[in-house]
Every structure is written in structure tokens, then in C-alpha cells.
Design a protein around this ligand. Structure first.
Ligand code: KIV
Ligand code: ZN
Length: 406
């Protein structure tokens, strides 16, 4: 059954279903996504992507890493200038110069955010930072306070949170909130967590940190084990209310949680997840195409939600079911994600029912014998040809009619 559309606040009010909690969608396509090797975008492309993200209802746009380059600074600043409703975030390491630069870049935004992060796991502290736990706590206190002097909205991330001992993670989170952080992000930086433990981490941290209720908790999941979306949803079950994600799951290594997947999972399974987002899902495919073109990263055919095959059916059994009732094999309506309609792809697995429908669409009417003959010819062709196009079907029907007329 396609789940009822309970994604709008009005639907939530009008129905007996309990009101849904709003999940903040934080898009980092232009920062973590663009960090994907080979995915860099031009200044103009970034502006177009940011405009679309805002128009589709993304709550927070992480526009870039202003200290990374002059180009990044300029694009973050311009996106901040153009923004109307979305929060515009700039990333900064826990370094005073980075934070000042991010503050300058996001300043023109109606709703600026500085997102600062530091590693907290033992392996990062020992090998990358070469700092003690106590030194990192001091860094958190000083850098979050600096950011908070520049803007009211400060996000702090514990890089490699999922490989950080819980006691120490809790001390870091408490310190960041005390210094003024309003959002606490606990990333699965290396895509190592499994859903149960990611959910438990949020539950534990929120239960143990005395000032936890003063901040919104956020997920940020990488897809090294293919669990980024599942982990993001598990984080929400553990109490997170912001999900960080990217269009098409673009991002470092195997990518980040895909925005279109988390949003449609929340929308489609509102029966078991009482949440909602503010995303206009009808723009998801447009956003996917735009980001794919700008980043030059093709979208795999079978990619959930936005792949070319996401609403395509070839097997005879499925096509027959779809022609009788679309809910037999589709859990979402294609138009809800911006796809015009389901497509019944004609191939060697297609059955008579779909073939007959295809002929009808093409305006071809055949008697029973001619139909049977055309269907046989179609199957022979489909065995030899990967894609059978409408023109192929028209040709095999007219060839058949000519032969019969001879
Ligand atoms: O994966 C990660 O930890 C990050 C942080 C900068 C938030 O991208
Ligand atoms: Zn990341």
C-alpha cells in the first residue's frame, strides 16, 4: 500500500495520527559533496544548486569551506547574499583564522551559521591532531565561544564521533554546548557504525550530558558500508532532529547519506516514523539531475528514488500487476519525486499484457492472430536486443502485416 500523504503539517492536524516532529534537513552537497574527488563545481554551478536547494525547502545549506580557497569563500559569500529563507552554513576547522573567515563569508545571510569541528577519537587525537583529550576540550571551548561571538547559530561537530569513547564524547559535547553551540553533530565520519549502535550513541549522549536539551542533535553519515541512510534514520530514532545529507549521496569516498532517500523514507514510512521534513519532494529528480551534471557524477540506473530505473518495470509479472494497480509494485508515486510517470520498459521479460498496452499507446490495433504473431516477433527481437524501442515495435508490426499481405 502506498502510505497516506501525512507529510504536511495540515494533514497531521486533520488526521487522528499523532503530530509529526519536523526533521531539519541540512544539505552539504556544496561542501562534503564537492569534496568528492573529481566532483568540483564552478562558482556559477554552485549558485544554481544553492538556489534550487533553497526553493525545494532545504533548511540548512552548507555552502562550502571558506578557508579552503578564495573560490570557496566567494561562493559561500554569494550564496549567503542571495539566500532568503535557508540557514547558510560555512565550515571551519577549530582554528581561529578559519572561524573568522567562515564568519565573514556567511555574514550577508539572513540566517548565518558557523559549523566548526574537531576530531575527538583516540586515533585522530594521536595521529592527526597530536593533542591530548584535555587540550582538545580547551580547543572546543575557545573555538565555539569565538564562533558564538560572531553568529548566534553555531554548530559543533565531533569528527569521528562513532569511534570516540562515550565518556569523553559526552565531556566534549557538554563543553561545546556550554561554550554556545546550538547544534551538536555526531558524525560517522568513516562510515563505520551500524544502525543500532548509532541510535544508542545519541540516546546515551542525550541522557548523560546535563545540558543536552539546549542543543539540537544532528546525524552526519558516510556510506562506506552502505549504511549511511539507515544510520541517519537510526540517529533520528535516538533523538537527533537534524540530518546532514547530500543530493545523490555525493561525498567523500563512498559518499554521504542521500537527501532524496532520507526524505522519501520519512515521507513514505510515516506510519512507523512519526517525522516530517519541509522538502518539496517533487523537485528531487530535478535536483539530482542538476547535481549530476554540475559535478559530472552520473547517477546509477538503479539508484533509489532518482535513478533512471527507480520507476521502471520490465518483468511480465510486474508489468501485469502495474497495469492492474500501480500499488502492486510501487510504494511511492513517481510524480511525488518529479518523475512524470511509471515506465513499462519493453524487453524480453515483458508479457502479452504490457505488449498489448504498448500497441494501444502507439495507436496500433491488431486482431488476435496478428497480435500473437507480433508478440512472437517481439520476443525474438527482445532476445537479441537490449533495448526495444517504440520504433522497433512499429517496424516489426508493419513487417508482419506486409508479410501476411503477400
Ligand atoms: O564526516 C565528517 O566528520 C565531516 C565533518 C566536517 C562534519 O564531514
Ligand atoms: Zn563528512
Amino acid at each position: 500500500m502506498t502510505a497516506p500523504d501525512t507529510n504536511s503539517p495540515t494533514a497531521a492536524v486533520a488526521s487522528p495520527v499523532p503530530a509529526k516532529e519536523r526533521i531539519v534537513i541540512f544539505d552539504t552537497t556544496l561542501r562534503d559533496g564537492e569534496q568528492s574527488p573529481g566532483a568540483s563545481m564552478t562558482f556559477e554551478e554552485k549558485l544554481v544548486v544553492a538556489d534550487l536547494l533553497e526553493s525545494m525547502g532545504v533548511d540548512v545549506i552548507e555552502a562550502g569551506f571558506p578557508m579552503a580557497s578564495q573560490g570557496d569563500f566567494d561562493s559561500v559569500q554569494e550564496i549567503a547574499r542571495r539566500s532568503k529563507t535557508a540557514i547558510i552554513a560555512g565550515l571551519a576547522r577549530a582554528i581561529p583564522a578559519d572561524i573568522a573567515r567562515a564568519g565573514d563569508a556567511v555574514k550577508p545571510a539572513a540566517r548565518p551559521r558557523i559549523h566548526t569541528f574537531v576530531s575527538t577519537s583516540p586515533i585522530h587525537l594521536a595521529h592527526q591532531m597530536k593533542k591530548t583529550e584535555e587540550q582538545v576540550l580547551e580547543i572546543i571551548s575557545a573555538t565555539v565561544a569565538q564562533a558564538r561571538n560572531l553568529v548566534d547559530d553555531v554548530e559543533w561537530s565531533a569528527m569521528d564521533a562513532t569511534r570516540t569513547p562515550l565518556d569523553y564524547l559526552c565531556r566534549c559535547v557538554e563543553m561545546a554546548i556550554r561554550a554556545g553551540a546550538t547544534t551538536i553533530n555526531l558524525p560517522d565520519t568513516v562510515g563505520y557504525a551500524v544502525p543500532e549502535e548509532y541510535a544508542a550513541m545519541f540516546r546515551e549522549v542525550r541522557a548523560r550530558v546535563p545540558n543536552a536539551d539546549k542543543a539540537i542533535f544532528s546525524t552526519h553519515c558516510h556510506d562506506d558500508l552502505g549504511l549511511a541512510v539507515a544510520n541517519s534514520l537510526a540517529g533520528v530514532a535516538g533523538g537527533a532532529r537534524q540530518i546532514e545529507c547530500t543530493i545523490n549521496g555525493l561525498g567523500e569516498r563512498a559518499g554521504n547519506a542521500a537527501l532524496e532517500e532520507v526524505v522519501m523514507a520519512i515521507r513514505t514510512r510515516g506510519d512507523v516514523m512519526p517525522y516530517m521534513t519541509g522538502i518539496d519532494t517533487r523537485q528531487l529528480v530535478r535536483a539530482s539531475k542538476l547535481v549530476s551534471n554540475a559535478s559530472a557524477f552520473p547517477v546509477q540506473y538503479n539508484k533509489a528514488i532518482v535513478g533512471q530505473n527507480a520507476f521502471a518495470h520490465e518483468s511480465g509479472i510486474h508489468q501485469d500487476g502495474m497495469l492492474k494497480n500501480a500499488e502492486t509494485y510501487e510504494i511511492m508515486r513517481p510524480e511525488d519525486v518529479g518523475v512524470k510517470s511509471t515506465s513499462l520498459v519493453m524487453g524480453k521479460h515483458s508479457g502479452r499484457h504490457a505488449f498489448k498496452e504498448k500497441l494501444k499507446d502507439l495507436g496500433i490495433e491488431l486482431g488476435d492472430n496478428a497480435l500473437e504473431d507480433a508478440f512472437k516477433r517481439f520476443k525474438d527481437l527482445a532476445d537479441k536486443k537490449k533495448h526495444v524501442f517504440d520504433e522497433d515495435i512499429e517496424a516489426l508490426v508493419s513487417d508482419g502485416l506486409e508479410t501476411a499481405g503477400e
